[in-house]
Design a protein around this ligand. Structure first.
Ligand code: TXA
Ligand code: MG
Length: 350
């Protein structure tokens, strides 16, 4: 069931849901999450079941503010503190050493914990209400909401309440906060080592993070070479974020040639959905009639905002192939490039 997340009684219903150990679909500025009380192991196990996600994959815990960090994290290095001050609330997740005995199920058994303070007003209102109690034993204090993206494991993250409903069904209570402003998942920076390591690119760029923390943010590959154990991050599996259609990345020139080869031969048979969709920034000459065309914005943030919704919509149209123009090789496009490359990778686990 979808409720208007901006209404006060919806927040009350959401808090009740979280307090009683149920799952809740909630909006954040990045993508929608499937939330549960981070300190309730039974509720957390329901998230893994609903998503079809292996229980040893850690979840991100959403907190109201920087002050909540000490409930979950054992230590906060100075560089992490500077990142928190610069980007919270916002689309940045920090992996920190976990305080013993706290949120072990949400952390998937890791000795670290992923924390993020979302800026979405509905998420903020929910987290705030979760922290207010009347002091009675019946009302347990909820320090954080563990919430992975509200999609089936391996699929495209949802950016509207309707996407969540189509992924997880109508029995789930979902707070509608409108379409997500960022549209792709948060930047993740591992702060459990002596230096910050970027695990997943997002709206907060590596350059911005380096400026804010005043030191180099290592790329995962740069650091992994020196590491014996790799952090488990399902967002980093090659084929994560896959739509049903096969995705192919192409330069504009290559795309134009492929479209020309199809020529006018590709005709619409009545009642048959187009098999190929094109998502490009470049203005291509398109004579083939039976193609679905979607224009990619020139701006990276705008592309991020609509990317998953476009992939989902093309899937719904039943296309078999999605040709995506390769994003520019510049830092602003890092996060979008990461997501479309994963969408184009052969599925290994979905
Ligand atoms: O924008 C986002 O981050 C969204 C919204 C809902 O906040 N959440 C999200 O969650 O993308 P999820 O679970 O789909 O992706 C979280 C990523 C996973 O790849 C997970 O493995 C990694 O964060 N992660 C979480 N805790 C971790 C930890 N302790 N160590 C290493 N990776 C961790
Ligand atoms: Mg996810």
């Amino acid at each position: 069931m979808i409720l208007d997340g901006h209404a006060e009684q919806s927040i009350t219903a959401g808090v009740q849901c979280i307090r009683s150990g149920e799952l809740l679909g909630l909006p954040t500025e990045t993508v929608y999450g499937l939330g549960a009380d981070a300190d309730n192991a039974d509720a957390i196990s329901r998230i893994f079941v609903a998503k079809g996600r292996p229980a040893d994959h850690p979840l991100i815990v959403h907190v109201l503010d920087a002050a909540s960090v000490t409930h979950f994290a054992a230590t906060v290095p100075d560089f992490a503190d500077r990142l928190i001050k610069a980007f919270w609330p916002g689309p940045l997740t920090l992996i920190l050493p976990r305080r013993q005995g706290v949120a072990a199920a949400a952390a998937g058994g890791q000795d670290s914990i992923g924390l993020r303070c979302p800026s979405h007003p509905v998420a903020q209102a929910l987290l705030k209400a979760c922290r207010q109690t009347d002091g009675s034993a019946a009302q347990s204090l909820v320090w954080g909401i563990a919430a992975p993206s509200a999609n089936q494991f391996g699929r495209v993250s949802p950016t509207t309440a309707q996407h969540v409903q189509s992924e997880l069904g109508d029995d789930l209570l979902i707070l509608d906060g409108g379409p997500c402003a960022v549209g792709i998942e948060s930047t993740i920076i591992d702060c459990t080592r002596s230096v910050p390591v970027l695990l997943r690119p997002g709206a907060v760029t590596r350059e911005q993070a380096q400026t804010a923390c005043g030191q180099k943010v290592f790329l995962r590959n740069e650091w992994i070479a020196a590491e014996a154990t790799e952090p488990r991050a399902s967002g980093t599996l090659a084929s994560h974020y896959a739509p049903h259609a096969k995705v192919r990345l192409m330069e504009a020139g290559e795309m134009q040639i492929a479209i020309d080869l199809l020529g006018e031969g590709l005709q619409a048979a009545s009642g048959v959905a187009p098999a190929i969709a094109v998502y490009s920034r470049t203005d291509l000459k398109i004579r083939a009639r039976h193609l679905l065309i979607r224009r990619m914005p020139q701006d990276a943030a705008q592309t991020a905002q609509q990317l998953f919704a476009v992939l989902r919509e093309l899937d719904q149209q039943g296309v078999k192939l999605i040709w995506i123009e390769t994003p520019p090789d510049s830092p602003q496009w890092d996060a979008v490039r990461d997501r479309v490359q994963r969408a184009a990778a052969d599925p290994v686990n979905s």
